[in-house]
Every structure is written in structure tokens, then in C-alpha cells.
Design a protein around this ligand. Structure first.
Ligand code: HAM
Length: 419
């Protein structure tokens, strides 16, 4: 788990505002669910045989002997909250969004962290393919608002409990003769969930993927129809996609639509900036009434990485005025000047270090502040403030009544004429 320091947080702030803007434009309301949930919620929702449940959950027993897990994702939590909070009685679908940290005990590397952040949205209570399109559009809009380029939308249908059993059998028939050459995990997946085998990244296993049976050839009519309607909806909006019949996603709750956004510059398994899909069977798996849903989650850490690699990081705001008290008793004059500046919406920082004026000027320069305010002995005697324009090197001394006006002329803020 890593610290995010201020060389990075301005870019994160950009993503946070992209989240709020995108959610608001699409009519999604924010929800905040706990970071901890009962372990069985995720075990049931995400599924045995997935990496998340088998290897990656932070699970512990609390003081009352309950097994709790730091959330590895939030869709299961949202579904639980939807029922716990009585949202199933509200007009459907219920459109919600969330952002925050998720936890997976993954092998840390660039783009893969044990605490990472998602922006996600879920629309629960409606099975229309148009909602799948809305979700994909919204996820894409978020990426655009964040300024990410070079992304492709990968799209698949993973079928449902009507057509998937036959597909699972077709996969087993196909993989059976190669099992002895495949990894141990795949041999286990063969029994529990052969679809997961298509997600294996091991060199011993990937060569067998190319000729494996394709899900698109096994979809039942309703799933096929749903998929066609999603594709038609995307086409109508001019949203390009790549048909990817091998896309299985890392969680078991998906039915029908599954999608991911891949970035061209992030290599290997870390190229998915986000993903999602429909999960019409999830509510039932969790013991609630059958309720359809669709959603996505985007990984902010990877988006920040993509922005960094493209040289599109946001740098921290510079402090507009750097204030230096450089005489006995100047502190209170400078503190008041800083307060006046902030009151007028300018940013101001006081250097309390007491070091030499030269050293403090160097510091202002390093911070990139365009304007420095100095109060030394002369200013104390004359009751003035000296302002230095760091770009031109010019200095003026003004009474405090002219502080804002003079600072604004240095900052290049147009004067208010009063008309
Ligand atoms: P997911 O594909 O597991 O889906 O995660 C979504 C995104 O979270 C990934 O594409 C990736 O960008 C980011 N992510 C996942 N693990 C890590 C990690 N260890 N380090 C950094 N980033 C990571 C879900 O979580 C589903 N709940 C999405 C969803 C919502 N489906 C329907 N509704």
C-alpha cells in the first residue's frame, strides 16, 4: 500500500472532479458503503475459484469472532445496501456511484497495488440493454473527462445460466486432452469454473486459448438478442468497440454483457483501466430477490499512471503570494495581510522560518510564487508593504489599503471596474 504525496494528488483531484461531473451528468447519486463487510458477501458474490476470493482478500476475525474482509470491490456492497436500505422499493432502476479504496492482496507492481482506488457506478433493478450502453458511455465519458487517450473498449457477452452450462461443458471437452500440460490452478478451475481458464496468463496455458470454443457461438437466443441490442446502441452513439469473445473478467457474477477499457501504453495484465458488465444473477446468489443490475468500476491508479506516461499530470497549484516578515513585530502585519488576501480569494503562505531574506526569497522562487510580500524595518517604520513581482523583479511599496489591487496587478488579474 502506498502513500500518495503532493506530486500526485493534484492529478487525483482531477479524477475526483471527473467522477462527480460524470455521475451528475448521468443522473447517478453517490453512495458510501463500509470498507469492511462480512467475508461471505464477497465470497458468494465474486465466487470461489476467482483469484480475488482464493488469494487476494484481506480477511480477519473481529473481536466477536465474525469473519470480516476489507472490500476487494464494491458491487457486492452496493447490492447489499440496495436491499438493506430499502432501495428495491424506490422507482427502478436505482442509479448510484461510488469512489474510494479497495483492497486486494495482489503482487505489487506498477498498476497493481494492495490498496487501490475505484470510481464505479451501478444501475440496479432494470434488465434493459440500453442501460448497458449507458454504463459503457458513462465509463468512457469519465476517461474523456480525465483526459485519457489511447483506450479501446473490449466487449463480450458471457451468456447466462441458460446457455453457460453448455458452454462450460464445451470448454471442458476442449481442454480435457491438454490438462496434463496446463498449470495446477487451471486443473482446479477445470472442475469449478472452466471459463476462468481463459483468463490464465501462464505461458503453459495461453497457447491453448486460441482454438478454444467461443462463447458467442453458444449464446441462447435471449442473450444473443441482448448482445445485439447493446452493440446497436453503442453504434448509434458512435462508440467504437472491439468484439472480444475471450473476455471473461475476474469476477463470477457477470451475465450477458462484459466489457473492459484497455489502454495501449500499459503493458500486460495491467492494461485494463476499468471494466464492468451485467450481473442479473448476483442478488439471488446473495440470498435476495432476483434483481438485475449492470455497472462498472474504473481503476484510478492506472488512469493516473497512463496520464503520467503521457506527460499529462496536473501539477500542484502555485501559492500566489509568499509573505516574508523580516523585522521585529512584522509577524502580525504579515499575518493580517495574508488573511486579507485569502479573504479576497487569493492564496497566501507566510514564511515563519526567520532565515535570511535571501534564503526566503530563494524559497519563494522555488515554489514558483509570482508575488512576494516583504515587511522589513523600513516598511514597519513607514507603515507600508513591499510587493515584488518575481517575473520582472520590480518592487513597489504600498499602504495595506492597496494590497489587493497591487497584488492583482502583479498576478495579472483584471481590475473590477464597478460597472
Ligand atoms: P475489476 O475488473 O475487478 O472490476 O476492477 C476494476 C478496475 O479496478 C480494474 O480494471 C483496474 O483498473 C482496477 N484494479 C483492480 N485491481 C487493482 C489493483 N490491484 N491495483 C490497481 N488497480 C486495480 C470490479 O471491481 C467490478 N466491481 C466492476 C463492476 C462494477 N462490475 C459491475 N459493476
Amino acid at each position: 500500500m502506498r502513500d500518495l504525496l503532493f506530486d500526485q494528488t493534484p492529478t487525483w483531484a482531477l479524477l475526483e472532479s471527473a467522477s462527480r461531473l460524470t455521475a451528475q451528468r448521468h443522473g447517478y447519486q453517490r453512495v458510501v458503503t463500509p470498507l469492511l463487510e462480512a467475508t461471505e458477501l464477497f465470497a458468494h458474490a465474486v465466487g470461489q475459484g476467482t483469484d480475488i476470493v482464493d488469494k487476494e482478500m484481506y480477511t480477519f476475525t473481529d473481536r466477536s469472532d465474525r469473519s470480516l474482509t476489507l472490500r476487494p470491490e464494491a458491487t457486492a456492497s452496493v447490492m447489499r445496501a440496495y436491499f438493506d436500505g430499502g432501495l428495491h422499493q424506490a422507482p427502478q432502476p436505482v442509479r448510484v456511484w461510488y469512489e474510494g479504496p479497495m483492497f486486494r492482496y495482489d503482487r505489487p507492481q506498477a498498476g497493481r497495488y494492495r490498496q487501490f482506488f475505484q470510481f464505479g457506478a451501478e444501475a440496479v433493478g432494470d434488465a434493459s440493454p440500453g442501460l448497458d450502453v449507458e454504463m459503457i458511455e458513462m465509463a468512457g465519458d469519465w476517461l474523456t473527462a480525465a483526459g485519457v487517450e489511447g483506450v479501446t473498449l473490449q466487449l463480450n457477452s458471457v451468456g447466462d445460466e441458460v446457455c453457460r452450462p453448455a458452454y462450460r461443458e464445451a470448454l471442458r471437452d476442449y481442454f480435457r486432452p491438454y490438462l496434463s500440460e496446463m498449470c495446477e490452478e487451471d486443473r482446479r478451475r477445470f472442475e469449478i469454473n472452466p471459463l476462468r481458464m481463459l483468463d490464465c496468463k501462464k505461458p503453459s496455458c495461453t497457447p491453448f486459448h486460441a482454438s478454444a470454443p467461443r462463447i458467442d457461438e453458444h449464446l441462447c437466443d435471449p442473450c444473443h438478442d441482448h448482445h445485439e441490442r447493446v452493440k446497436a446502441g453503442l453504434a448509434a452513439l458512435g462508440i467504437a468497440h472491439v468484439d472480444n469473445p475471450r473476455l471473461v473478467r475476474g469476477l463470477d457474477y457477470y451475465t450477458r454483457t462484459a466489457f473492459e477499457f484497455w489502454h495501449e501504453d500499459l503493458e500486460g495484465a495491467q492494461n485494463a483501466l476499468g471494466g464492468g458488465g451485467r450481473y442479473d444473477g448476483l442478488a439471488e446468489v446473495l440470498g435476495f430477490d432476483p434483481t438485475p443490475g449492470v455497472g462498472f468500476a474504473m481503476g484510478s491508479d492506472r488512469v493516473v499512471l497512463a496520464l503520467q506516461r503521457a506527460g499529462r499530470e496536473v501539477s500542484a497549484d502555485v501559492v500566489e503570494v509568499y509573505l516574508i516578515p523580516a523585522a521585529e513585530g512584522a509577524d502580525s502585519v504579515v499575518l493580517q495581510a495574508a488573511r486579507d488576501l485569502r479573504g479576497e480569494g487569493r492564496s497566501a503562505v507566510v514564511d515563519h522560518s526567520g532565515r535570511s531574506l535571501k534564503a526566503r526569497m530563494r524559497r519563494a522562487q522555488k515554489l514558483g510564487s509570482p508575488c512576494v510580500l516583504i515587511v522589513g524595518d523600513d516598511e514597519m517604520a513607514a507603515g507600508t508593504l513591499t510587493l515584488r513581482d518575481m517575473a520582472s523583479g520590480e518592487q513597489v511599496s504600498v499602504p495595506s489599503s492597496q494590497l489587493i489591487e497591487q497584488v492583482d496587478s502583479i498576478l495579472g488579474v483584471p481590475a473590477v471596474t464597478g460597472e
